[in-house]
Design a protein around this ligand. Sequence first.
Ligand SMILES: [Zn+2]
Ligand SMILES: [Zn+2]
Length: 338
Amino acid sequence: MRAAVLREIGKPLEIETVDDPKPGPGEMIVRVRGSGICGSDLHWAQLGMAVKPGQILGHEFSGDVVEVGRDVGDRFRVGDRVCSIPFIGCGHCRACLAGDVTTCDTALATGLQAPGAYAEFVKVGAAEALHLPEAVNHRQGALVEPLAVGLHAVGQARPDPGARVLLIGAGPIGLAVSLWSRFFGASAVVVSERSSGRRDLAGRFGATDVIDPTAEEVLPAFEAKTGGPPDLIYECVGVPGLLQECLGMAPRRTRVVVVGVCMEPDTIFPFVAMAKEITVQFVIAYEKRDFELAIAMIDQGRVASHEMITDVVGFDDFSEAFEALKRPTTQCKVILEP
Ligand SMILES: [Zn+2]
Ligand SMILES: [Zn+2]
């Protein structure tokens, strides 16, 4: 099969022919129809970290089942349209049985430890796969994972109904957090974002207003737009310095929720947060129920997720598209259709 392989950290992905994956017990092979580029993949391709050379990245995908391994049972058949949590767990521990595979001790992360979906075929665990309803196309299917990240963040943060929310960053995850914040009853969702293209997108993802942080000071702008301070600040960028910026602007006794994945050491000044009794909450990933709700809400037309897709590319243009996202960009979600 063709796949985009990370041969060397910091270098462009190589489009190569590699062996087709084979399903083990409880596993299936999916022909990838849509595979989203994630900011985490860009970090890993640049910095290495958890990823070794030779890795096929890609963990936001949907496709068609083409092979079903033994012990899968009759829940899936060849031809089924699916997406999957990008982890393959043991299937029988407490975490796996509860739909919380990311905390399974032996789970392998697809696109990080196991081969990912920047490829024609990808292996998934049947326990982690989910059927896509007729009305959910494969591009939308590839967005279920980032939507689930945002849904889980809001689910963990549990904002009070009517909360005023300040959101830093309108990349795919910021947009997902914006969408679900509004969905679950925030009275105001104001998004601070440097890129004008992404600011324009925010309005279609539930944002009630936007701020250009290069042109105005964020907190006063927020108060002018909403009539009061934020109850909750979501940091959805994940670069060094930004957490401290959030602590600096957070009003007394409010909460900063860290959703942006910062993979470098970062420095904070604890007393700034202490003096205002700020609560800092870290969140990551999702559970199966987040995937299920995200799929159901796309199916019912209650979330216009596909509007975050700003480009769709094939293998021929994929490596270049991936490189372009390492630099400041007006793109949001770019999808590979192998
Ligand atoms: Zn991702
Ligand atoms: Zn397990």
